[in-house]
Structure formats: structure tokens, C-alpha cells
Design a protein around this ligand. Structure first.
Ligand code: NAD
Length: 168
């Protein structure tokens, strides 16, 4: 049995990841999201998935959750996402990317190479983090920027996820 924390699990990446991990009934998935832009509709309605409304950037919100659960793995996907939102709230974005500094491994969804992904991947390289990239549509040229980093890539979602988990 493994216990996972997924932050931002009421969003696109976190919600999809939760659904994927929850297929193994022995996994317990705790989703933390402040619902600032996410939706409860994206949280899988399954017995092994539990939702907690909380802000990951507030120590007093997140510390009791770590004290209560003995997490085996943490996937950190809570963030303010989108060019318009980030231009309107630059300070909130700076708070969000602090999370990269505290991460051991970065799991990057690289399809479409949106600007946020490139910034987060570049920052991860600058911090010398190990990056596992998942994609189905990128070619060699798209990924050149990440080549000098501690970077591996996979086009199978399950393999990429487990590569990330086993890197910890
Ligand atoms: N969607 C993609 O293809 C993609 C690709 C690569 C990387 N990413 C990155 O993955 C992360 C998530 O992307 P997404 O597309 O799932 O975004 P999203 O907006 O769908 O989900 C983000 C979630 O985080 C929550 N959230 C925001 N701030 C929070 C806070 N302080 N505390 C708790 N919850 C908070 C929101 O309510 C939302 O549910 C982002 O860092 C994004 O840049 C996304």
C-alpha cells in the first residue's frame, strides 16, 4: 500500500494523475487543492481518493496534512496556470515556483511545450533537478533545450510515472 499526496488534484494534470494512480486499489490518494481555479468535478469519485480543501502555500494549512498522513510520494501540481492569470498575479506565481526548489524529481508533461512548461523545466535544470519528461508528440528538436540537463523522456504515461516514483 502506498499513500500519495497530489496537490492541485482538482486541476487537469493532478486530476488525471489521481485517476491513473487510483486504478491500483491498494493506493491511497489524498488530493489537496484550494479550488482557486480547479473544480471538484475533476477529482475522481473513488473510495481510495480523498479531497482536502487547502492552500499549499500556507504553512499552517499544509503542515497538519503532512503530520496526519505518512506520504510515500508527493506530486506537486498546485499552481496558478495560464498566461493571463500569471500576468495579472505575478507574486502568486513566484510563490508557486518555490515548490520546484523543494522537489527531488520533476515530472514534466511536455506535449505542446507551452510557455509555463518551458519556464518550469528550464528552472528545474537551473536547480539541477532530475527531470522525467512524458510526451507523445515532441520530436528530438523540440527537446534539445532539455538535453544538457539530468533529463530522460518517455512516451508511455505509466512508465514515465513509475520512472519518476522510482527516482525518489
Ligand atoms: N496542462 C498541461 O499540459 C501542463 C503541462 C506541463 C506542466 N503543467 C504544469 O502542471 C501544473 C498544473 O497544471 P494544470 O494544467 O493541471 O493546471 P490547472 O489550473 O488545471 O490545475 C491547477 C490546480 O491547482 C490549484 N491551486 C492553485 N494554487 C493553489 C494553492 N496555492 N494551493 C492549492 N491548490 C492550488 C487550482 O485550484 C487548480 O485546481 C502547472 O504547474 C502547469 O504549469 C501543465
Amino acid at each position: 500500500m502506498k499513500t500519495y499526496l497530489i496537490t492541485g488534484g482538482a486541476g487537469n494534470v493532478g486530476g488525471t494523475l489521481a485517476l491513473h494512480l487510483a486504478k491500483d486499489k491498494s493506493n491511497i490518494i489524498i488530493i489537496v487543492d484550494n479550488l482557486s481555479t480547479g473544480s471538484l468535478h475533476k477529482v475522481p469519485k473513488l473510495n481510495n481518493v480523498h479531497f482536502i480543501k487547502s492552500d499549499v502555500n500556507l504553512y499552517n494549512d499544509i503542515a497538519p496534512i503532512f503530520a496526519r498522513y505518512n506520504f510515500d510520494y508527493v506530486f506537486h501540481y498546485a499552481a496558478l496556470v495560464g498566461v493571463k492569470r500569471t500576468l495579472e498575479n505575478p507574486m502568486r506565481v513566484l510563490n508557486d515556483i518555490e515548490g520546484i526548489k523543494n522537489s527531488d524529481v520533476i515530472f514534466a508533461v511536455l506535449d505542446n511545450l507551452d510557455s509555463g512548461t518551458l519556464v518550469e523545466s528550464g528552472l528545474s535544470m537551473a536547480y539541477d533537478k532530475k527531470i522525467i519528461g512524458y510526451h507523445r508528440t515532441c520530436d528530438e528538436n523540440h527537446l534539445l533545450m532539455l538535453k544538457p540537463g539530468n533529463f530522460t523522456t518517455n512516451s508511455n504515461l505509466t512508465t514515465a510515472l513509475y520512472q519518476t516514483i522510482w527516482s525518489l
